[in-house]
Design a protein around this ligand. Structure first.
Ligand SMILES: *Cc1c(COP(=O)(O)O)cnc(C)c1O
Length: 376
């Protein structure tokens, strides 16, 4: 059996007619860059999240970068985040001129360890970016309590957590702003690049609106130096079609995660993801931990199962951040994650048969590494 890591084609097939019609409407009205389709998506996405405003931008990276700029982060400042994230989180910090400062993650949820946050805060700290990794929210109450005591705003990297909740609140609505990516493979994915910032702060929303459009207050009147970071009309039209299905696709991902859990529960060699009791995890990624991860991944590939690694090198050990002077051992949990995490196939259209096959093969592969057969 073949089980690809991701199958976007299967995801889009049933939506094809509706998406074609939505794109045709944009073509007919020529509203390609920003415009009414983007405005409609912003309204719907803000409502979905339960936030007052959403501002559509070009990518999740833009969302993070422009939010930091709008908060006044720049040269000489520090912004705290985690080392086990996609490069974009740290890059957005660096592109403001600020220094990324890392805090290790919690061994169970792989999100920011609130115990370690306080000691990383200095008088230069201008923002804290917890990452809702793999579709599960960081421990926002504790992070916000510590940040609040120091008067530092919290910006959520919700790029993997569309529709996830923490104590009933949607990802992206707890900090001063939440940043989303609509990269095609995300739980809510466009047909190209797109992103959004959600916030309840009208001034922050207005500043980000200006920054994404060359700092224009009105056409050709520039009150700030901004950038071209607008969302495309076509992406907005596609996203509106897909937003209507987000809860349904997240529910399917959760059902798949439950089946993985049931089938792998008796396998001691596989550490399963832990969902904190206050979280509704949306399983953008279903990552387990195994010893000899690269060997397991290769053996699964030979058996037709596609896996991923999120992420093989933690940010603090990337060559691009050599100058920060971190060494192996600086953030031990993140480093263990980089060595052991293996992302199994996860997308709404997976079938039960495929999940059963992945689990049976995974059990055989890890058992062979232990030198005996466990019962599949
Ligand atoms: C995808 C992602 C981003 C960046 O989003 P783009 O739309 O690709 O720019 C940032 N942070 C995290 C955690 C992501 O997964």
């Amino acid at each position: 059996m073949k089980v690809p890591f991701l199958d976007l084609k299967a995801h889009h097939e049933p939506l094809r007619a509706e998406i074609n019609a939505a794109i045709a409407e944009v073509i007919d009205s020529c509203a390609f860059a920003g415009g009414p389709f983007v405005a409609r998506f912003e309204e719907e996405f803000a409502r979905y999240c339960g936030a007052r405003f959403a501002v559509g931008v070009g990518s999740g990276t833009d969302a993070l970068w422009l939010t930091l700029l709008a908060l006044g982060v720049g040269q000489g400042d520090e912004v705290i985040t985690v080392p086990n994230t996609f490069m974009a989180t740290a890059e957005a910090i660096s592109y403001t001129g600020a220094l990324p400062v890392f805090v290790d993650v919690d061994e169970e949820t792989y999100t920011m360890d609130a115990e370690l946050l306080e000691q990383a805060i200095t008088p230069r700290t201008k923002a804290i970016i917890p990452v809702h990794l793999f579709g599960q929210c960081a421990d926002m109450d504790r992070i916000q309590e510590i940040a609040g005591r120091h008067g530092v705003p919290v910006v959520e990297d919700a790029c993997q957590a569309h529709g996830a909740t923490y104590k009933g609140q949607k990802a992206g609505t707890m900090g001063v702003a939440g940043c989303f990516s609509f990269y095609p493979g995300k739980n809510l994915g466009a047909f190209g690049e797109a992103g959004a910032v959600v916030t309840n702060d009208p001034d922050l929303a207005e500043t980000i609106r200006m920054l994404r459009d060359h700092g224009q207050a009105r056409k050709y009147v520039h009150s700030k130096i901004g950038w071209n970071a607008r969302m495309d009309g076509i992406q907005a039209a596609v996203l509106r079609v897909k937003l209507a299905r987000l809860d349904e696709v997240n529910a399917r991902r959760r059902a798949h995660a439950a089946l993985y859990r049931a089938l792998l529960a008796d396998c001691e060699d596989v550490i399963l993801p832990i969902e904190a009791p206050w979280n509704m995890h949306v399983y953008h990624v279903y990552a387990v931990r195994v010893k000899d991860r690269d060997g397991v991944m290769e053996a699964l590939a030979q058996r037709g199962v596609g896996c991923g690694i999120h992420y093989p090198i933690p940010i603090h050990l990337q060559e691009a951040y050599n100058r920060l002077g971190h060494k192996p051992g600086s953030f031990p949990v993140a480093e263990r994650c980089a060595r052991e995490l293996l992302s199994l196939p996860m997308y709404p259209e997976l079938t039960c048969e495929q999940i059963r096959y992945v689990c049976a093969e995974l059990k055989k592969v890890v058992a062979a590494r232990r030198g005996y057969e466990c019962v599949a």
